[in-house]
Design a protein. Structure first.
Lengths: 110, 212
């Protein structure tokens, strides 16, 4: 494959960011995700990416990326997550590419 | 140190390709020798070259690190086609790497053969009138978004900026736009596919079912 032609969409300004939770919040986070995944008419403009990893040498905790594809502050669909105490919270109104840019590339030595 | 002439650099390069590396079959070695002889644009790297190790270890996951017989970086599609013909002619194994993300052995390298690193294939165009972007496999998604941001548009692409454009759609591809518009592969309106022959093939999705 030497080139792809991709369809473009007029999506740019968004809301979202990164929440980091301590490990003792993992049950609350998973409960909130279960409720979110079970919504009968889930808003397609909402999205998320959960990473919860520990290796022998590092313990980064629970990293949750929230994305809403319209510039709406604190969308209702994520309200269960707003109740969980976070160690770090960068969520706010910003371009989609900035939200994606927050995700760290981990160093994982063997 | 005086700058060596191109011929001298080429001879030194060929010399380093004669060293044996673990698991390098004769066909891989001969393919690598001919790649070094064919292309004078600083594109073929053998284990003794300074850039070999950084290139071999460019993958973020050490699980995917291997020791290819040589690493070849085509400057453009024409060079890639010549290289593929050459590699197939020698019956050498080879691997292909776009961004180098999948953390599995053999995903983006090989211990015996040529590693084709596509990072110099960086075609990047936006055609607003048809709402399409054309992207080359050497790009990462961060490059694509950075280019499209001033136009206030985006594509159904990867969520992690380091991930390569070439590989993600081959596995479907999850995007933050997927609930709205489907997977990354669902949003590709045209593929440019090259094989070893002179003529390339352009495949639009409706035609794919007729390709054997």
């Amino acid at each position: 494959m030497t080139a792809y032609t991709l369809r473009t969409y007029p999506i740019h300004e968004a809301w979202g960011g990164t929440k980091v939770f301590a490990w003792d919040k993992i049950s609350a986070v998973l409960d909130a995700i279960t409720a979110y995944q079970s919504l009968p008419n889930k808003d397609p403009y909402a999205n998320m990416n959960l990473n919860a990893a520990a290796t022998n040498q590092t313990d980064v905790g629970v990293i949750l990326t929230l994305v809403y594809l319209k510039p709406e502050d604190k969308p209702e669909i994520f309200s269960d997550f707003y109740k969980i105490e976070a160690l770090m919270d960068t969520t706010g109104l910003k371009p989609l590419s900035s939200i994606m840019g927050e995700f760290p590339t981990p160093v994982v030595p063997r | 140190m005086e700058k060596l002439s191109n011929a001298a650099q080429l001879i030194l390069g060929l010399g380093s390709l004669n060293s044996s590396s673990a698991g390098a079959s004769p066909s891989a070695l001969s393919a690598c020798r001919q790649l070094g002889a064919t292309f004078s644009n600083n594109a073929t790297f053998a284990p003794r070259d300074a850039l070999y190790t950084p290139l071999a270890h460019a993958h973020w996951s050490q699980t995917a690190w291997e020791q290819p017989t040589c690493i070849f970086l085509p400057d453009d599609v024409a060079q890639l086609q010549t290289a593929i013909s050459l590699i197939v002619g020698h019956q050498s194994p080879f691997a292909i790497r776009s961004g180098g993300h999948l953390e599995a052995v053999g995903a983006a390298s090989t211990d015996d053969g040529v590693l084709l690193d596509l990072s110099r294939l960086r075609r990047l165009e936006y055609h607003a009138e048809v709402q399409e972007a054309i992207v080359g496999p050497g790009l990462r998604w961060g490059d694509v978004y950075g280019y499209l941001d001033p136009f206030k548009v985006t594509v159904v692409g990867g969520r992690v900026l380091d991930v390569g454009v070439g590989g993600l759609p081959l596995g479907g591809g999850l995007s933050y736009l997927s609930d709205l518009h489907g997977m990354v592969c669902d949003n590709i309106v045209n593929y440019e596919v090259r094989n070893a022959s002179y003529f390339g093939v352009f495949l639009a999705p409706p035609l794919l079912s007729s390709v054997s």
